[in-house]
Design a binder for this molecule. Structure first.
Ligand code: PAZ
Length: 335
């Protein structure tokens, strides 16, 4: 078992790693040439390879790669402190469940310890998981008011497990995310020409180059009582994904903004820059109630929960995924 949140065993800083300049044409390639992949990556590749083979040869299910949760940017090699973001992985985990219900096999590339499909219903609530249980005749039982819903979730979970339709792949840092995404994409591309990429993870735009990452915990007296962090831009990996890693796949990226006046423009710019198929835009403040699909023709389509649906606690992913499946099918049958 590997844990992505543990530091790499050889945490000694490698001063031979060059610090590369900002914003050059092939920053993506430089990144992958300059940095080390996580040591556990070959094990992940084995798992992904056999998952893809199984679905290509046996189940025939289309595969969706769903990314989920936030990436960290470690400030120390033996990481005590890191920069993180707000994402809990709700969008990714809920979408993964909906993809599974729509007949997909799902590779769930997620931030370790963020929300997971199925367990999410019980893991991150204000209840302790023991609050769902009660004691009766010296035995443990699910409390009757939770039992009906839990049985439904259990059945779906068992179905996903027994049909080998869900593969959980963790990451913690932005470096682990990028290397794992690259590997999984290349493996998918080799076998499955109709794969769907649904990139809902909140990936850091900035990172601290290894050449400037101290090996040990930063001491408060080191910087005269201040901590000044000088970050570089994370390479725009989406262009590599679209052009090189998985050129035959359908790629959906997410765009998160907080200012509604720039959301559509940013989504359109991303589509023009990376030439992929769809951007799903959302605002931090309203992301659980509305999203906008922007396609490569520049068309916009809003998906919104009605006030009644909000009242019933309907999850917007149950509206998003059928729409995505439709777009994916049209894309597969486009020729
Ligand atoms: O994890 P969550 O459900 O709280 O948030 C989901 C989200 C807002 C991170 C996702 O919908 C999204 O927009 N991801 C891409 C973020 C970006 O890099 O722009």
């Amino acid at each position: 078992m590997y844990h992505t949140s543990n530091p790499e065993p050889d945490t000694a800083i490698d001063r031979t790693v060059p610090e590369f300049p900002v914003a050059q044409l092939s920053d993506e390639d430089k990144y992958f040439n300059s940095y080390k992949p996580p040591s556990y990556l070959p094990r992940i590749e084995d798992e992904v390879r056999s998952f893809i083979e199984f679905h290509a040869t046996t189940s025939g299910k289309p595969i969706a790669l769903v990314t989920s949760g936030g990436t960290t940017v470690p400030l120390e090699n033996n990481t005590v402190r890191f920069i993180d973001n707000f994402s809990a992985g709700t969008r990714g985990a809920t979408s993964a469940e909906n993809f599974l219900e729509n007949g997909y096999a799902v590779i769930f590339l997620h931030r370790e310890f963020s929300l997971l499909p199925y367990s999410r219903h019980y893991s991150h609530t204000t209840n302790c998981f023991l609050d769902y249980m009660t004691e009766a005749n010296d035995k443990i039982e699910i409390k009757p008011n939770y039992a009906e819903k839990m049985l439904k979730v259990l059945r779906k979970y068992k179905d996903a497990k027994e049909s080998r339709s869900l593969l959980l792949i963790p990451f913690t840092t932005v470096n682990q995310y990028l290397f794992t995404l690259k590997s999984v994409s290349e493996l998918l591309h080799r076998v499955e020409s109709k794969a769907l990429f649904y990139l809902a993870a909140a990936v850091s735009d900035f990172f601290l180059p290894q050449s400037r990452t101290p090996q040990h915990k930063i001491q408060s007296q080191d910087g005269g009582g201040k901590l000044v962090v000088d970050l570089e831009q994370v390479p725009k990996f989406l262009s590599r994904l679209v052009e090189n890693w998985a050129p035959s796949a359908m790629i959906i990226s997410f765009k998160l903004e907080t200012d509604d006046s720039i959301l559509i423009k940013k989504a359109k710019t991303a589509l023009q820059r990376y030439q992929h198929q769809l951007v799903i835009g959302n605002l931090l403040q309203t992301r659980k109630k509305e999203v906008v699909f922007v396609n490569s023709k520049g068309e916009e389509k809003w998906i919104r929960l009605t006030p009644e649906q909000v009242e019933e606690n309907l999850e917007i992913e149950s509206l998003i995924i059928p729409e995505v499946v439709q777009v994916h099918n049209q894309w597969i049958n486009r020729k």
